[in-house]
Ligand binder design. Structure first.
Ligand SMILES: NC(=O)c1ccc[n+]([C@@H]2O[C@H](COP(=O)([O-])OP(=O)(O)OC[C@H]3O[C@@H](n4cnc5c(N)ncnc54)[C@H](OP(=O)(O)O)[C@@H]3O)[C@@H](O)[C@H]2O)c1
Length: 258
């Protein structure tokens, strides 16, 4: 049952990387949590850690968001827990270019990076609009500003939707922040099967930093959050430089492992 005395956040992709860090920092801020991902053992391990350290209620939902059943269960949890903050974070990327990867893999990515956050945003609005309060935090990527295959296209879609959601529903008390991180040290590149050795050290951010900046931008009611000055400069350049140049630079971090 939801705990009405605490704000409740639902975080997707909470077993690793940015999602796990969102869970940790939100628990430290006194949020009750609903954590969603596929690996139940890891979810339970994190829940135990957060309950012990911060004394907040933590609910665990094992769900594959790329499946209709898993996505429906997560949307039900948004309603059941009367979520105050939705963090649409779960994601992955293919280590192959569009045209080389099987279409079934592309469909999976579309389901995970587009359909899942779209359904969850819809479920969140249904809870938040009648209440007149709530916040959606969509984790996109600075890749949204670059031409880099379907991954950047999905993140551009999420960015565009999020910016519109904030304009449309801010007056009703529902805010949306779109997070656009650069390279972050997580399990993302390893899971993708690529070697990011060609990414210079200065381009890497820590998950702790990205999440702290994102939550501070949520507090400030910012529609778009780009953690670190260096990525704010790069994002501005990416939006104005010739596409061919941006595409070449954006190939970094995509060296397929032998
Ligand atoms: N790392 C970067 O450089 C970077 C940069 C920009 C944006 N991002 C974005 O940041 C978000 C988080 O990525 P990350 O870097 O933290 O990656 P990560 O360390 O690989 O974590 C990904 C998380 O997503 C979950 N997940 C993956 N597929 C799922 C599915 N089908 N259903 C439910 N959960 C699923 C994973 O949990 P399970 O395996 O347990 O399901 C895991 O908790 C993603 O949206 C990514 O696109 C990352």
């Amino acid at each position: 049952m939801p705990d009405d005395t605490l704000p409740t956040a639902l975080v997707t992709g909470a077993t690793a990387g940015l999602g796990r860090e969102f869970a940790r920092q939100l628990a430290a801020r006194g949020h009750a949590l609903c954590l969603v991902a596929r690996d139940e053992a890891r979810l339970r391990g994190l829940a135990d850690e957060l309950i012990e350290r911060h004394g907040v209620p933590v609910h665990v939902l094992r769900a594959d968001l790329a499946t209709p059943e898993g996505l429906a269960a997560a949307c039900d949890a948004v309603a059941e827990h009367r979520i105050d903050l939705l963090v649409n974070n779960a994601g992955s990327s293919l280590g192959r270019f569009f045209g080389d990867a099987p279409l079934a893999d592309e469909d999976h990515q579309l389901d995970l990076l587009v359909r899942a956050p779209m359904h969850l945003c819809h479920a969140a609005l249904a809870v938040m609009r009648p209440r007149g309060s709530g916040h959606v935090l969509n984790v996109a990527s600075v890749a949204a500003y670059t031409p880099r295959g379907t991954y950047s296209a999905h993140k551009a879609w999420l960015t565009n939707l999020g910016r519109w959601l904030d304009i449309q529903y801010a007056d009703e008390g529902v805010r949306t922040t779109t997070l656009l991180p650069g390279f972050v040290r997580t399990e993302f590149h390893e899971r993708m099967g690529v070697d990011p050795a060609d990414v210079p050290r200065w381009m890497w951010l820590s998950a702790e930093r990205v999440v702290a900046d994102a939550l501070s931008d949520v507090d400030r009611g910012r529609a778009v959050s780009v953690p670190s000055r260096r990525y704010r400069v790069l994002a501005t350049v990416a939006r104005h430089a010739p596409l061919g140049v941006v595409a070449k630079v954006a190939r970094r971090g995509r060296m397929v492992r032998p």
